[in-house]
Design a protein around this ligand. Structure first.
Ligand SMILES: Cc1cc2nc3c(=O)[nH]c(=O)nc-3n(C[C@H](O)[C@H](O)[C@H](O)COP(=O)(O)OP(=O)(O)OC[C@H]3O[C@@H](n4cnc5c(N)ncnc54)[C@H](O)[C@@H]3O)c2cc1C
Length: 425
């Protein structure tokens, strides 16, 4: 039996992996811990925008978390990330307007770092872990996880094997095919039946002034539609590239930077698939591929004014007259109606009309709708215990394993796995 190289190997330096590393290195300093990442710096929301939500259920996967469990761990997340919580104003006014329409406005404790300052936060977190003796192997891809009798560990691209007593797998959403491959090879049962499909809205600040009162307002509409990831100040829509297609997303710089007078946010609809559909991720790939095909290899964008008139947006008319601002992410001007499934578009449009009554202006003709914004929160393994253990010595956590949907939930998932490793109940 080979002696292990490390006590714990953590795959992924996103918030889930970091949460586990912080807890383990604090509560059991003698453990040897290695974190591996295929990127040079940890990616995802910690690097982009870095909004932190400290109120359950935002960022948590509710089928794996109770409010009490999340609230027990959120103070530990806060202790590590040291957020500056933002003030909110006039909530009752928006809330009253929302409730009249059957819409719920959540009151969420939030902090915002901004893309320009998130690297500083990440470096600070990595320095703290290094000082505690945690080792890092960056720009190395893990291709497999082993949990064979008497020998667990990981296989790196190129075939090198590293042995560990415990492996924590936290590869995020972009690691979904890696995770799926590992689960299939290890015989770990999983379900993959939920996907969030939606659009990203971009508009001028004066059309969505609520962001001055509440940085990332969380509205929950009927039919499973919600606002998600609002960015303002110096805000941009960005591309998230996958193999064969791109999705849209958004971020903003810190408040220290000059504003660009734009706001963006997503409106997502959660789809729970039932038999005989097999895979939410496959559905996501089909929808994203279709949209990118129609967009000539890029996502689509359409002005609300055109959408209302039932006509496509075109490159020639995209910035005409009432269409008063250029897109921050110039993709292909087109017709969302050709790409978004009718039921999803209907429910999102109904939500937008309600939002326009709560915050009048958001449906200005110039407002841009980008598609597709899709969240593949799938691959939910069948866990063996409350700590996200999937086999004798392996844990799977974070957005890739469906235990979280945001930075704070991912970090808390890491703590829960670490408690399992240390035998804390
Ligand atoms: C553009 C963008 C903006 C976002 N903004 C926010 C926000 O403001 N607030 C918020 O709460 N959430 C935000 N999110 C979501 C947030 O990023 C995720 O919820 C969170 O990062 C999930 O944490 P994680 O640790 O599970 O995965 P990740 O943060 O994705 O980390 C996974 C890590 O694993 C590595 N990895 C994957 N596969 C392998 C492999 N095979 N071998 C080695 N390494 C591997 C990846 O390189 C990555 O660094 C955003 C996401 C994106 C893409």
């Amino acid at each position: 039996m080979p002696s292990p190289d490390y006590d714990v190997i953590i795959i992924g330096t996103g918030p889930a992996g970091l949460g586990a590393a912080f807890y383990l290195s604090e509560h059991s300093p003698s453990l040897s811990i290695l974190m591996i990442d295929r990127e040079r710096v940890c990616s995802g929301g910690l690097l982009n925008d870095c909004k932190q939500n400290y109120t359950y259920p935002i960022g948590f996967a509710v089928d794996n978390w109770s409010s009490a469990e999340a609230e027990r761990l959120l103070p530990l997340v806060e202790k590590a990330l040291r957020p500056v919580i933002k003030e909110k104003h006039n909530l009752e006014i928006y809330r009253r307007r929302a409730e009249r329409l059957g819409v719920h406005l959540l009151d969420v404790r939030q902090a915002h770092v901004g893309t320009d300052l998130s690297r500083v936060l990440i470096q600070h977190l990595l320095d703290e872990l290094t000082a505690r003796g945690v080792r890092f192997l960056m720009e190395r891809e893990v291709t497999d996880v082993r949990d064979d009798a008497g020998s667990s560990g990981v296989v790196l691209a190129g075939g090198e094997r590293l042995h560990a007593r415990t492996v924590i797998v936290a590869p995020g959403r972009k690691g979904f095919s890696f995770l799926q491959k590992v689960m299939e090879r290890m015989g770990i049962a999983y379900i993959d039946n939920v996907v969030d499909v939606g659009i990203r809205i971009e508009t001028q600040l004066e059309n969505y002034p609520i962001v001055k009162d509440y940085y990332d307002p969380k509205f929950h509409f009927p039919d499973g539609v919600r606002t998600f990831c609002t960015n303002s100040g110096h805000a941009r829509v960005v591309l998230e590239r996958y193999q064969g297609f791109s999705l849209v997303n958004g971020h903003a710089l810190s408040e220290h930077q000059a504003g660009n007078n734009l706001v963006n946010f997503a409106l997502l609809k959660t789809i729970g698939l039932k038999a005989p559909v097999r895979s939410g991720q496959q559905m996501a790939v089909f929808l994203a591929t279709l949209a990118n095909e129609i967009g000539g290899g890029k996502p689509l964008m359409q002005r609300v004014g055109d959408f209302r008139m039932g006509k496509r947006s075109t490159a020639e008319t995209f910035n005409e007259d009432l269409y008063a601002f250029p897109p921050s992410c110039p993709v292909t001007a087109g017709d969302l109606g050709l790409a978004v499934p009718a039921k999803i578009m209907r429910h999102i449009w109904a939500a937008l009309k309600k939002l326009d009554t709560i915050v009048p202006g958001v449906l200005h003709p110039s407002t841009i709708m980008y598609y597709p914004e899709i969240k593949m929160y799938a691959n939910k393994p069948v866990f063996l215990d409350n700590h996200f253990r999937v086999s004798t010595n392996t844990y799977m956590i974070g957005d890739g394993a469906g235990t979280s949907r945001g930075i704070t939930g991912a970090w808390a998932s890491g703590i829960r796995a670490a408690e399992g490793v240390l035998g804390v109940n």
